[in-house]
Design a protein around this ligand. Sequence first.
Ligand SMILES: [Zn+2]
Ligand SMILES: [Zn+2]
Length: 142
Amino acid sequence: MSTEQDVRLTPQRRAVLDVLAAADDHPTAADVLDRVRAAVPGVGAATVYRTLALLVESGQAAELRLGQGEASRYDRTITQHDHLICDACGRVEDVRAGLRRTDLDDLGAASEFTVTGYDLRIHGRCASCAAAGTPVTRSTHG
Ligand SMILES: [Zn+2]
Ligand SMILES: [Zn+2]
């Protein structure tokens, strides 16, 4: 593997970056592919998937793994934030749970564990699923 840290912006990569920058819904790679194809018809799936991997590697996007059997989601927001996950429809929303540094330090001290960060996923049902009574059918825990 060549180290290609300077993610050069070919038109296809630019399109992937643009799609991700406009996405506030944590799309899967397949979602990104659909949206890129709407802008750049005929772009190859391999190109899009490889570009997503490069963006994650170079720190321009984050990959969110929700568990066994769930497709990875791609996140344009790379700064610290947490996620609300709807276990009925799979919707993922950004949220700031706001754990305090002192709580983390206490937790670390109590368990003799050096805390370097955290990543919270809060599970439940989104407003539309709750209103529609959509049953929980996914197991995105872990
Ligand atoms: Zn939902
Ligand atoms: Zn996010």
